[in-house]
Design a protein around this ligand. Structure first.
Ligand code: NAG
Ligand code: NAG
Ligand code: NAG
Ligand code: NAG
Ligand code: NAG
Ligand code: NAG
Ligand code: NAG
Length: 809
């Protein structure tokens, strides 16, 4: 019994695997039909070499193509399909051969998708061994044939008449109409052209036989012939032949031949051994044009590849399209499509104070050109001048420097891009420095995270009670012990050459009234800090309106006018991409205001501790940016600056999510008259180095300490002190060290998949942070060392415990 069932099932199984062919010896009678389904019957030619029927799409098995294919070879290569522009039919669509309408394709709902256009009445149909599907009328005249309605392929014994064309598919697997066409024009010229979809508009040919002499029509093209022995030629009016295929090597009877207008624009003739015993598939043995990348240069289209792309010929004379560095595909699934730059090129003056040299770099491409995108020629010109000219021209996307003194400036979109050794020039493509994360934010918390948070909340009350005492104690400690420390420059303050003006730093001196107007009467408050309130405003800067942030300092310095200017000058001389730029100031009576560039993306704190967390890769970039900014303040600017208040609220993010340190230089500024004002501890609870509480000199190492705390916050996306978490985790510095010692660093980034996949870097960053938060300032590395360790260029040694060092004393 069991074996009977087994046999029964294996029969069914075999049945469904083996295509069933409704056959006929090539003849199909009126009323015959086919259904779109896997392994449904198809109509075979007498020898079985060609089949007519439904083939499922390779990438969507619910869609079918009514088509003709080689049935004896494993590839089942399609040579014709119905309904050119929307060729796919859903599963269970039906094809019927009718007397009055010929072939009629309907979807499962019964709506007509396609029909063969015929004249007269059909008697029967025939699938020929040549691959031609023919409808005959009652007098055995051909009423319709697939050879008369070609798609992208021509077969032996098929001809193309004047006005006929082959049209490429959209892609290897998408059979909708593509961009490339082979056409025998009415005038006899055989051409290859691109068309501008969705219209039929044909651009200038990228190949032509020029057999269209209007004064002597005898030598003009008449017919494209693909003869039985595998030769393709253009039959001329005078019966001469213009050979296309030069040579067919093998005896035609052992091979299949086809010539196909490929989706990448190359018209190729292929052969395939009829013997399927061999593993050999289709091989190309002739193609047009010789070099599609340099052949096509058309004025109203992108060329072979998409816009801003570069065409390069591979070993098989097929085009490979590549985006230049700094550009990426608009549709990542379409390798032949257009590319977009990873920045927006604009002539808006939004990058205040940053020179083009700071913003852009050139990528040098040899033998590359986009011949149809020029807008200006400068000659004679030097290469240096050419480089500078494009950098300072906001329209300019690329310059080509050629022939020693010619500078061609090109604009977007770049078209007809190609690599070609004949170009003999150097293309310089402008790319934006720094990283623009395409999608900088991961969306977590996810539901899992939320659950975890809920369970944590039960611990909050216990935690906060337990911890409350110690924090209060800390506060008292901070408040009482440290009333008289202040931030000083480690190096003796070297007065900069002072002529009582700050003109040399390009700082603008604003009147109070100007700033009052700029901020609309100090209306829109951006934030409040230790130093005062910040307002949003707009000013005119070199002809365009730009946004500014105006900081109104609340601690007035009665007699420090000179010092104020000197300090402002120190700040104004700083110039680094990780610092917020000071544009100007106001020093009028008791009013002291600083005018900064406005950064659109707010503070790091709002991202780190908000809903949308920056991704791990962006966080590492931000951490490095802050480290580099601090390194500059400590070691690279003309006067050393100790920030004294590094915390996420003082890190701003620009349009490209570059970290920009703000409020630097203010510690000194506001402590100038520290003897008269109430002196609070500089810096912010949670980030301040222990030397503030002890009788120790204040050095750059206080910033290193704060950076360490900030680095941990960046790694973990949480505040350094979080009373809402259980006691073991409430203090980030302690928890991080515990996790490090116990080897469970993944707990620090437990909801961040990207970071969890990058634990090597997480570990390195945590180790650097632990070095930074050492109690003993001399153990803390310099910012230079920190930067190198973060970058991974120097090894990070195992850090000691950042325990209070009086305990070890
Ligand atoms: C196909 O049908 C036509 C017309 O009925 C007939 O003349 C022809 O011989 C048939 N061919 C085959 C192979 O059956
Ligand atoms: C089938 O094709 C051959 C060429 O391969 C041709 O000679 C013949 O006439 C065709 N038959 C029909 C019915 O079209
Ligand atoms: C083929 O490409 C066209 C145009 O891009 C698109 O509209 C169509 O959905 C694609 N068809 C399939 C089956 O992917
Ligand atoms: C036309 O072209 C043919 C072939 O190129 C040539 O033999 C013939 O002399 C030409 N006739 C005229 C009128 O130029
Ligand atoms: C096909 O064309 C080639 C070249 O014109 C010729 O040598 C060959 O004899 C032709 N074969 C047939 C079957 O007509
Ligand atoms: C086809 O296969 C047969 C037997 O397998 C072999 O003798 C013959 O040489 C093959 N022909 C070609 C063209 O490979
Ligand atoms: C753009 O891409 C280039 C090269 O891929 C890279 O060097 C540069 O940093 C990127 N610029 C931005 C703004 O992402």
């Amino acid at each position: 019994m069991a074996s009977v069932i087994l046999v029964f099932f294996s029969l069914i199984f075999l049945h469904t695997l083996t295509p069933v062919n409704a056959q006929t010896g090539g003849n199909i009678t009126i009323g015959a039909s086919l259904t779109a389904a896997e392994n449904s019957p198809s109509w075979l030619s007498p020898s079985g070499e060609f089949a007519f029927g439904f083939q499922p799409l390779k990438n969507d098995r619910e869609l079918f193509l009514l088509s003709i294919w080689y049935d004896k070879i494993p590839e089942k290569t399609i040579v014709w399909w119905a309904n050119g522009d929307s060729p796919t039919a859903p599963r269970d669509s039906k094809l019927e051969l009718t007397a009055n309408s010929g072939l009629v394709l309907t979807n499962p709902q019964g709506d007509e998708l396609w029909r063969s256009s015929i004249i007269g009445t059909i008697a029967y149909a025939f699938m020929n061994d040549s691959g031609n599907f023919v409808l005959f009328d009652s007098s055995s005249m051909r009423a319709w044939e697939s050879f008369g309605n070609p798609t992208d392929t021509i077969l032996p014994t098929q001809t193309l008449e004047r006005g006929w064309l082959l049209s490429s598919r959209r892609s290897e697997t998408n059979f909708s109409g593509g961009r490339f066409r082979l056409r025998l024009r009415q005038d006899g010229n055989l051409v290859l052209t691109t068309i501008n979809l969705p219209t039929d508009y044909a651009n200038e040919p990228y190949y032509e036989t020029k057999t269209n002499d209007a004064t002597n029509t005898s030598s003009n093209g008449h017919q494209v012939v693909f003869n039985q022995s595998g030769y393709l030629y253009l039959q001329l009016m005078n019966d001469q032949r213009l050979p296309l295929t030069r040579r067919v090597e093998t005896s035609a009877s052992n091979f299949y031949y086809r010539a196909t207008m490929n989706f990448d624009g190359v018209f190729i003739q292929y052969q395939h051994p009829k013997n399927s015993s061999g593993n050999e598939g289709w091989t190309a043995f002739w193609s047009l044009p010789d070099n599609i990348c340099s052949a096509s240069s058309v004025s109203a289209s992108s060329g072979t590849c998409g816009y801003n792309s570069i065409c390069r010929l591979n070993g098989e004379r097929r085009p490979v399209c590549e985006c230049p560095r700094g550009y990426s595909l608009i549709d990542p699934n379409d390798r032949y499509g257009s590319c977009k730059p990873n920045f927006t090129q604009t002539c808006e003056d939004d990058e205040l104070g940053r020179s083009p040299e700071d913003l852009y770099d050139y990528e040098e491409l040899t033998d590359t050109d986009w011949p149809t995108s020029d807008y200006e020629l400068l000659t004679p010109f030097t290469e240096e001048g050419c480089r500078r000219s494009c950098l300072h021209d906001c329209m300019c996307a690329v310059v080509i420097f050629r022939a020693g003194d010619m500078c061609w400036k090109k604009k977007l979109p770049l078209s007809n891009g190609r690599v070609d050794s004949n170009i003999n020039g150097k293309a310089l493509i402008k790319i934006r420095k720094g990283k623009v994360p395409p999608n900088p934010f991961d969306r977590f918390p996810d539901p899992e995270n939320e659950k975890k948070r809920k369970s944590r909340e039960n611990l909050i009350i216990v935690g906060s009670v337990l911890l409350g005492g110690s924090v209060l104690f800390n506060f008292i400690l901070v408040g009482s012990v440290c009333l008289c420390f202040f931030c000083v420059y480690r190096k003796e303050y070297k007065p900069i050459p002072r002529n009582d003006s700050v003109a040399e730093t390009n700082l603008r001196c604003f009147s109070f009234k100007e700033l009052q107007e700029a901020t609309n009467g100090f209306k829109e408050e951006l934030g409040k800090g230790a130093f005062g309130v910040v307002y949003k405003g707009t000013i005119n800067h070199t002809g365009s309106t730009i946004l500014i942030a105006v900081k109104k300092l609340n601690t007035l310095i009665h007699d420090g006018e000179k010092e104020f200017k000197a300090e402002v000058n120190v700040i104004g001389q700083t110039h680094h991409k990780n610092l917020v730029r000071l544009l100007g100031f106001c020093d009028e009576g008791l009013q002291r205001l600083l005018v900064y560039e406005f950064l659109s993306n707010g503070t790091l704190a709002s991202y780190l501790f908000g809903e949308l967390k920056p991704s791990w890769s962006l966080r590492t970039e931000i951490a490095l940016g802050i480290a580099r900014g601090l390194l500059y303040l400590h070691e690279e600017c003309s006067t050393q600056i100790i920030h004294c208040d590094i915390k996420p609220q003082n890190i701003l993010l620009d349009d490209y999510y570059n970290a920009r340190i703000s409020d630097f230089g203010l510690a000194k500024l506001l402590l100038l008259n520290q003897s008269q004002t109430h002196t609070a501890i500089r810096g912010t609870k949670g980030y301040v180095a222990p030397e503030w509480f002890r009788n120790l000199p204040i050095t750059v190492k206080v910033d290193v300490y704060s950076f360490g705390v900030l680095l941990l916050e960046i790694i973990c996306c949480r505040r350094s002190v979080d009373m809402e978490i259980n006691e073991a985790e409430a203090l980030l510095t302690e928890w991080a060290y515990d996790c490090y010692c116990e080897g469970v660093l993944d707990a620090l980034v437990e909801f961040d998949k990207e970071a969890l996949n990058d634990m090597k870097k997480v570990t390195r960053f945590v180790m650097v942070a632990i070095w930074c938060i050492q109690e003993d300032p001399s153990l803390r590395p310099t910012m230079k060392k920190v930067t190198q360790m973060l970058e991974g260029v120097v090894e990070v040694l195992v850090p000691p415990c950042p325990c209070p060092f009086n305990a070890t004393n």
